[in-house]
Design a binder for this molecule. Structure first.
Ligand code: KIV
Length: 280
């Protein structure tokens, strides 16, 4: 059975912490699903992790749909949320609804995520009114990297803390079932979590949110990125480099492939092959 808003809310009500990881492909989705992660985010961070851009701005809706549907195919239990990329919802509630609808129809995901607080409340209202679950995203919102002059902690200082709390209340009121709090001070994230009834998902926001999310390449030591809020739960990047080197050494050294890696012997006789050898 796949997780739903109801099953996630039941876990929150039971005091269970929820887990989320980003994911962008079928193979990794199968592994994350097998590990029992509650919900997956097909984040537009794929612009950096999968496409090598320096930020998320170039990512298109069509790209999100391709990655999103691969992840959905790899999952049975995790709820899958797909990010709405830069400029796919900012123009109007109608644009947001149309594009959220495309994501749902063309990926099979169970919800969408978009960045912003009060400013995007009309968009959240329009999308949720159509029966599409929405995760909001406030605090440090990477699509606004230029306006924020970099990827910086948000909600420092009294006026900023008030703004982040008001954004959280606004997205809840607009119908979001969860809100991601990125890079906000832990005490503020804890306060927001107490004030809201919806699920709070923290990244760089301390340990008092209902859920945590990490970019999977960061937590596996694959990305070469180790922001302060990341713990590397594996060193898969090094393990991959070691395996790639071992393969290269084996091919160059003539120890791969061996007999057990080859298909059934040819039906042709040695005489026939010797004839072919002469002929060509
Ligand atoms: O795009 C993304 O991966 C995200 C997470 C970092 C929350 O928004």
């Amino acid at each position: 059975m796949r997780n739903t808003i109801a099953t996630l809310n039941a876990k929150k009500a039971a005091g269970e912490k929820l887990t989320q990881l980003t994911c962008y492909d079928y193979t990794t989705a199968r592994l994350i699903d097998k590990a029992g992660i509650d919900f997956i985010l097909v984040g537009d961070s794929l612009g950096m992790t999968m496409q090598g851009y320096t930020d998320t701005l170039p990512v298109t809706l069509d790209e999100m749909i391709i990655y999103g549907r691969s992840v959905v195919r790899g999952t049975q239990t995790a709820m899958v949320i797909v990010d709405m990329p830069f400029m796919s919802y900012q123009l109007s509630p109608a644009q947001a609804l149309e594009n959220a609808g495309r994501i749902m129809k063309e990926t099979g995901a169970q919800g969408v995520k978009l960045e912003g607080g009060k400013d995007v409340a009309p968009q959240i209202r329009a999308i949720t009114a159509a029966g599409i679950p929405v995760v909001a995203h406030i605090g440090m919102t990477p699509q606004s990297v230029n306006a924020m002059s970099g990827f910086k902690v948000q909600g420092k200082g009294e006026a900023n803390a008030r703004r982040v709390l008001e954004d959280a209340l606004a997205v809840q009121e607009a119908g979001a079932f969860a809100v991601t709090l990125e890079c906000v001070p832990p005490k503020l994230a804890a306060l927001i979590t107490r004030k809201l009834s919806i699920i709070t998902i923290g990244i760089g926001a301390g340990n008092e949110t209902d859920a945590q999310v990490l970019v999977y390449q960061d937590m596996l030591g694959m990305s070469g990125m180790k922001p302060k809020f990341v713990e590397q739960f594996g060193q898969i990047g090094d393990a991959m480099v070691d395996a790639f080197k071992a393969y290269s050494d084996a091919v160059k050294g003539g120890t791969f492939p061996r007999e057990e890696h080859t298909f059934a012997k040819s039906d042709c006789t040695d005489e026939f092959l010797a004839g072919l050898d002469k002929e060509y």
